[in-house]
Design a binder for this molecule. Structure first.
Ligand SMILES: C[S@@+](CC[C@H](N)C(=O)[O-])C[C@H]1O[C@@H](n2cnc3c(N)ncnc32)[C@H](O)[C@@H]1O
Length: 312
C-alpha cells in the first residue's frame, strides 16, 4: 500500500490525459449508496473516478472519499478527475488491504470504519486502451495483463510456465471458454517459441478455434481467453473472496452499506453468497442490471450485475 502522492516506480508519466471509461449503473450506484453529507466513503476500485466524482459532490467538504486502486496509472486518471477537491484521498492498494489503509488514515477515519463501500470490479476501458500492457487483442505491447506491474508475474510468463492441463482449467473456469482444451494445447505446443505480445496470443487462439466459430462469434474470439488470463495473473477472485469474507465487513460501520458491481459469474456468486449471510441485510434479492438504453450506449454494462447490502 502506498499513498498515490508518492511517485510510484512503474507509474507512467502521462501528461494531462482524458479518461475514456464510462461508468456503469451510475443512477443505481447512487441509489443504493444512499449518500449523505459528511459520509466516509471508500471507492475500492476508483479507476478513472467516474463514480467517485459523483460521490465527492454528494458527501460535501465534511465527508471524505478514500479511493483505492491497484493500478498506479488509474490513480493518476482519478487524481486528474477529482482535482483539488479537499474531500478525497487516493491510495495505491488493493481493496483487500482496506483495514490497513484505514488504519493509516486514522486521523481522518477515527475508528477504522466507514459508512459506505463501493466496488466496481474488473477492467477499466482506460486500461484496455493502454498499449503497453497487452489488454487489447491486437496490441504489440508485452502480454502483461497485470493491474500493478510491480508485483506478481506477467501473463506471458504464466503461459510459458503452466502446462496444458492447468491452462485449460484457467480458460474454462475464469473464461467459460468452450474450446479451452484445444487453445491450451496450442499454447503448450508453442512454448519453445516466443509468445510475448497480445497479438501473438490472439493469433494462437484464432488458429485453435473452428472457422465456423470465428465467423459467427459476436465477441472477439479471444475475449474469454484474455479475461481468464487477466483474472489469473491478478488473482482477482482471491482478492474478492478475502475481502468479502472479512475485511470489507470489518471496515464498515454498523448500518453501513456495501455496493458491488461484478462482470463475471464467479464474482457475482461470491457476492450473492456473502449477502445471504446473517450479518448482512440484503437489499437486492436479484442482481440489478443495466437498462436496455444503457446497454445500447455502453456495451460494457451488458454483463454488469449490482448487489447491495447493509451491515447489521
Ligand atoms: C471497472 S474499473 C472501475 C471504474 C470506476 N468505477 C470509474 O467509474 O471510473 C475497475 C478498477 O478496479 C481496479 N482494481 C481491480 N482489482 C482491484 C483490487 N483488488 N483493488 C483495487 N483496485 C482494483 C482496476 O485497476 C480498475 O482501475
Amino acid at each position: 500500500m502506498a499513498d498515490s502522492s508518492e511517485s510510484h516506480p512503474k507509474q507512467r508519466s502521462r501528461g494531462k490525459s482524458t479518461a475514456v471509461h464510462v461508468p456503469v449503473l451510475m443512477r443505481e450506484v447512487l441509489k443504493y449508496l444512499d449518500l449523505q453529507t459528511n459520509h466516509l466513503v471508500v471507492d475500492g476500485t476508483v479507476g478513472a473516478a467516474g463514480h467517485s466524482q459523483q460521490i465527492v459532490q454528494r458527501i460535501g467538504i465534511e465527508g471524505l472519499l478514500i479511493g483505492l486502486d491497484r493500478d498506479p496509472m488509474m490513480l493518476q486518471f482519478a487524481a486528474e478527475k477529482l482535482g483539488d477537491e479537499p474531500n478525497h484521498v487516493l491510495v495505491h492498494s488493493s481493496y483487500s488491504e482496506l483495514p490497513e489503509v484505514l488504519e493509516s488514515l486514522n486521523e481522518r477515519v477515527p475508528n477504522g470504519q466507514v459508512d459506505r463501500i463501493l466496488l466496481d470490479l474488473g477492467l477499466s476501458s482506460d486500461q484496455l486502451a493502454d498499449e503497453e500492457r497487452g489488454f487489447s487483442f491486437e496490441s504489440d505491447g508485452a502480454l502483461d495483463l497485470r493491474f500493478d506491474t510491480s508485483v506478481g508475474e506477467p501473463a506471458f510468463e504464466l503461459l510459458r510456465r503452466l502446462d496444458a492441463g492447468r491452462l485449460e482449467q484457467i480458460f474454462r473456469d475464469y473464461g467459460e471458454e468452450r474450446f479451452a482444451r484445444p487453445i491450451a494445447e496450442r499454447i503448450a505446443e508453442k512454448r519453445g517459441k516466443a509468445l510475448r505480445t497480445a497479438s501473438d496470443l490472439t493469433e494462437v487462439v484464432s488458429a485453435a478455434l473452428p472457422q465456423s466459430v470465428q465467423k459467427t462469434a459476436r465477441k472477439h474470439p479471444a475475449t474469454r481467453v484474455f479475461q481468464a488470463l487477466r483474472i489469473a495473473v491478478n488473482e482477482e477472485l482471491t482478492h474478492l473472496d478475502d475481502a468479502l469474507k472479512q475485511h470489507l465487513f470489518d471496515s464498515l460501520a454498523r448500518g453501513g452499506r456495501l455496493v458491488v458491481i461484478s462482470f463475471h459469474s464467479l464474482e457475482d456468486r461470491l457476492v450473492k453468497q456473502t449477502f445471504r449471510g446473517e450479518t448482512w441485510q440484503n437489499l437486492t434479492s436479484k442482481p440489478i442490471t443495466a437498462s436496455p438504453k444503457e446497454q445500447r450506449m455502453n456495451p460494457r454494462s451488458r454483463t454488469a450485475k449490482l448487489r447491495a447490502a447493509i451491515k447489521k
